[in-house]
Design a binder for this molecule. Structure first.
Ligand code: CMP
Length: 143
């Protein structure tokens, strides 16, 4: 079983889209194994986005993601890294397919509502910025 790290960006929280987004994961049968509301620190944001340091959008990205509360989660399902990215849609909302979260609700690349890990290696790196292992809860999904 695979896991991935997802977080809902401050505009998703401020627009009241938390339930709408989580619903889309749940209705696909994806299991939430960790979940919290938090305010991302500058330190956490710089660690999460260290590969983008120096890029033109870096400062705006850090300011935006630290500008309000986020909802961070770890989700579990077979091939969930690919599945979640499929449900979310392209990073650029203009290219995100109809029916995807970004394709339906997002307008700009910076305010693209949601982030998900793009590989197993990045999942391992990213979730540890926000969760300790004892915050991950294993259980079975009911029918
Ligand atoms: P995310 O999935 O959080 O990963 C990196 C983020 O950087 C991405 O979503 C976008 O919000 C942002 N990003 C990536 N490319 C650009 C770009 N060309 N201009 C502005 N923001 C970008």
């Amino acid at each position: 079983m695979e896991r991935t790290f997802v977080y809902l960006k401050p505009n998703a929280v401020r627009r009241g889209l938390v339930g709408e987004i989580i619903k889309r994961f749940e209705q696909r049968g994806i299991k939430i194994v960790a979940l919290k509301l938090l305010w991302m620190s500058k330190q956490q944001a710089e660690k999460l986005y260290e590969m983008h340091k120096g890029k033109s959008f870096y400062n705006d990205l850090i300011d935006f993601v630290t500008g309000g509360p986020i909802v961070a989660m770890i989700v579990e399902a077979p091939r969930v890294i690919e599945m979640v990215r499929h449900i979310i849609g392209d990073t650029d909302p203009l290219k995100a397919g109809t029916g995807t979260i970004r394709g339906e609700f997002a307008l700009t690349i910076t305010k693209n509502l949601i982030h998900a890990s793009d590989s197993k290696e990045n999942f391992e790196r990213e979730y540890k910025i926000f969760f300790s292992n004892n915050e991950i809860i294993d259980y079975y999904l009911d029918v």
